[in-house]
Design a protein around this ligand. Structure first.
Ligand SMILES: NC(=O)c1ccc[n+]([C@@H]2O[C@H](COP(=O)([O-])OP(=O)(O)OC[C@H]3O[C@@H](n4cnc5c(N)ncnc54)[C@H](O)[C@@H]3O)[C@@H](O)[C@H]2O)c1
Length: 250
């Protein structure tokens, strides 16, 4: 994906950028000429992808504010001021009906998806405000925030909270020309969903919910993240846009 145009060469941090959707997003920004930092708890995988796309790897645990601060400081020192943050790190951590779900699973998902997004957003926005050059933040949500699937209530609640953070995050730093938007994918083929998709019945059940008839690829999601971070989206903030093959129409 190219098309970042005059803005190419920006410093972009993608959390959870070592795998799946985050990796496709990191690759798309790098192909557009941006300087991409792949910030992931899996430092080995981040390193491998960084070498492949000409980016930089940085170890970051989004649930740990000290780790987030240290990683962002490293990025700024090595690459320059932060222009774009993609809050992509997230997990499901298992499924279960609300009445059955172990509270530990709930806590894990809240910690990575919600607390992590909150922590990295605050740390990055503080640095963008201090720099005074504006910035763009893109949160990777899920259509599950708006359409329930039995067994995923814990996950969907965190994504609905991410959408709320997207709106408040857009409102508060708007005077500093910092924009915050969201991308809400439907189901996507990634390591997160590989187990589910390997079960033909489960896969078919998901596919029948999608008017365009197929599960997305990470490359279907990345272009919207690049667009929302680009100057072409200069007047778009607080929006959460679905990429779901029409699933929300059902
Ligand atoms: N795959 C889907 O169907 C789908 C659908 C909608 C939304 N999403 C969202 O897209 C995002 C990426 O999902 P994916 O399917 O590519 O998953 P994935 O499992 O392929 O990749 C997730 C990445 O996040 C990293 N990560 C996990 N915990 C972390 C932490 N504490 N700190 C830093 N990095 C951490 C992992 O190491 C991994 O590299 C998630 O936010 C997910 O909720 C996925």
């Amino acid at each position: 994906m190219t098309g970042t145009g005059a803005d190419a060469g920006r410093v972009v941090v993608a959390t959870g950028g070592a795998s799946g959707i985050g990796a496709a997003i990191a690759r798309a920004f790098a192909e557009g000429g941006d300087r991409v930092a792949i910030a992931d708890i899996d430092a080995g995988a981040a390193d491998k992808l960084a070498r492949e796309i000409g980016g930089t790897a940085v170890a970051m645990d989004v649930t740990d504010p000290a780790s987030v601060a240290a990683a962002l400081d490293t990025v700024v020192a090595d690459l320059g001021p932060l222009a774009v943050l993609v809050n992509n790190a997230g997990l499901v951590a298992g499924g279960g009906l609300l009445v059955d779900l172990p509270i530990e699973v709930f806590d894990t998902v809240v910690s990575v998806n919600l607390r992590g997004t909150f922590t990295v957003t605050a740390a990055a926005a503080r640095r963008m405000i201090a720099e005074g050059a504006g910035g763009a933040i893109v949160n990777i949500s899920s259509i599950g925030a708006r359409q329930p699937t039995a067994g995923l209530g814990h996950y969907e609640a965190t994504k609905a909270a991410v959408d709320a953070l997207t709106r408040t995050g857009a409102l508060e730093p708007a005077p500093h020309r910092i924009r915050v938007n969201g991308v809400a994918p439907g189901p996507v083929h990634t390591p997160m969903t590989a187990g589910l998709m390997a079960d033909p019945q489960a896969r078919a059940a998901w596919e029948t919910r999608i008017p365009l008839g197929r599960i997305a690829l990470p490359e279907d999601i990345a272009p919207l993240a690049v667009f929302l971070a680009s100057p072409a989206a200069a007047h778009t903030t607080g929006a959460v846009v679905q990429v779901d093959g029409g699933q929300l129409l059902g």
